[in-house]
Design a binder for this molecule. Structure first.
Ligand code: SF4
Length: 403
């Protein structure tokens, strides 16, 4: 099989790894699964600085020593064995780069023979790109469970983004879907060390040009959203993760979990919305509403649920409210709030059209906003009658990270 054919096959196999950069400002649940229309191994991605680029997303190898129950590359799965040599992959990437098909690389792998050996081949590939081909662009390097300490140091030095897939929120949940992976020793300990190395590389700053991400498979281990979000909040707060990705479990044919029901994409979407509330709106875990089962209600977005549960904050006068309160209004995003803060230094905001032009979603904000003293949308009393909060409870805290 020639390199191009391998790229086709190993690019398809890489679709289950969500790239650290594969995110979109609108948090569209399907967006990170999209591939470029040209080739199956090209994935559109948004960089942390907002730029959009095309990544070559590919596996070094599709043969794994592990036996994760949801994975198409698990040991014993009946498929042709494919693997790149470092030089082969590096030169192939550069050809695609010079042909202007891609601008960056996302490199992951199944564990071929051993984690350390596979990681060596991945690092070698990136070294060739950085030192032989002088490639300065974006590289995201997956760190495999069980990778060595010196390999982590090398990965942080070479790549813009690194990631260890945590997959599940606790030891017991992980053992249900990936019995060979050791949650604390192989995964969390690596995330901790990467966090320290990245901070050093960013000259002591929590966030800088280097960063790390992680990923959860949602719904395969029977975990609740509270469990996933609890550990996610701690990973952001304590270990400075740049992003966390949620992948709704979709059963793959031929795997032990192929009879399990798929997780609704809407659940994944609600997790992303809550993640956004943590990172961009300053919400705490205690402010998120959960059902009795510890899940996010699917019927409404988490910010609206918070607003419905806290009528004492509303309506908010757009012309005078502080930034923190403006960010709490349903239908107002960080960009809209930034524009409001700027515009109101020049003149008062009086009409819904002005708000709309600044990016506000008027139907969501209706009933929560005063425009120069006038309630936007329905009258406040009728709005209060319409509010029928779903049975949710607030006040759950994030559990500490296991040692
Ligand atoms: S470690 Fe698990 S998830 Fe990763 S490739 Fe191997 S079997 Fe799949």
């Amino acid at each position: 099989m020639d390199s191009q054919e391998k790229l086709e096959a190993l690019g398809v196999a890489a679709q289950y790894d969500l790239c650290g950069a594969c995110c979109n400002p609108k948090n569209d649940p399907k967006a990170h699964r999209q591939r470029g229309h040209m080739e199956r191994w090209v994935y559109p991605a948004a960089l942390p600085d907002g730029r959009s680029i095309l990544l070559m997303k590919v596996l070094m190898s599709n043969v794994c020593e592990n036996n994760c129950l949801y994975c198409v590359n698990r040991r014993g799965n009946d498929q042709p064995i494919l693997s790149f040599a470092p030089q082969e992959l590096a030169s192939l990437f550069m050809r695609m780069f010079y042909a202007n098909l891609v601008q960056g690389l996302f490199l992951s792998s199944a564990i071929f023979k051993s984690a350390v050996q596979t990681m060596d081949r991945m690092i070698k590939t990136v070294e060739l790109l950085r030192y032989r081909y002088r490639f300065q662009g974006y590289i995201h390097l997956k760190v495999l469970p069980g990778a060595g300490i010196s390999q982590l140091e090398r990965a942080v030095k070479l790549a813009d983004r690194v990631s260890v897939n945590l997959e599940a929120p606790s030891v017991s949940r992980l053992s249900k879907i990936a019995p060979q992976k050791r949650f604390s020793e192989e995964l969390l300990s690596r995330i901790r060390l990467l966090s320290r190395l990245i901070k050093q590389a960013n000259h002591g700053k929590r966030y800088g040009p280097k960063g790390q991400t992680t990923q959860f498979v949602v719904g395969a281990a029977g975990e609740s959203d509270t469990e996933i979000l609890g550990i996610s909040k701690n990973l952001y707060d304590k270990l400075d993760l740049s992003r966390i990705y949620f992948s709704a479990f979709q059963p793959a044919v031929g795997t032990p979990l192929d009879g399990l029901k798929p997780t609704p994409l809407l659940r994944e979407h609600r997790l992303y919305q809550t993640d956004f509330l943590f990172r961009r709106y300053g919400f705490s875990m205690e402010e998120i509403g959960f059902t009795e089962e510890g899940n996010l209600p699917l019927g409404k977005d988490p910010k609206t649920i918070w607003a419905e549960g806290h009528p004492e904050y509303f309506p908010v006068e757009v012309n005078t409210a502080p930034k923190e309160l403006l960010l709490r209004i349903p239908g107002f995003g960080p960009i809209t709030v930034k524009r409001i803060l700027h515009i109101r230094t020049e003149h008062r905001i009086r009409s819904p059209d002005q708000l709309k032009r600044m990016g506000a979603v008027i139907k969501n904000a209706s009933g929560y906003v005063l425009l120069d003293g006038h309630l936007l949308g329905r009258s406040q009393s009728s709005q209060l009658e319409i509010w029928k909060p779903e049975p949710v409870s607030f006040g759950l805290s994030a559990v500490p990270l296991p040692v």
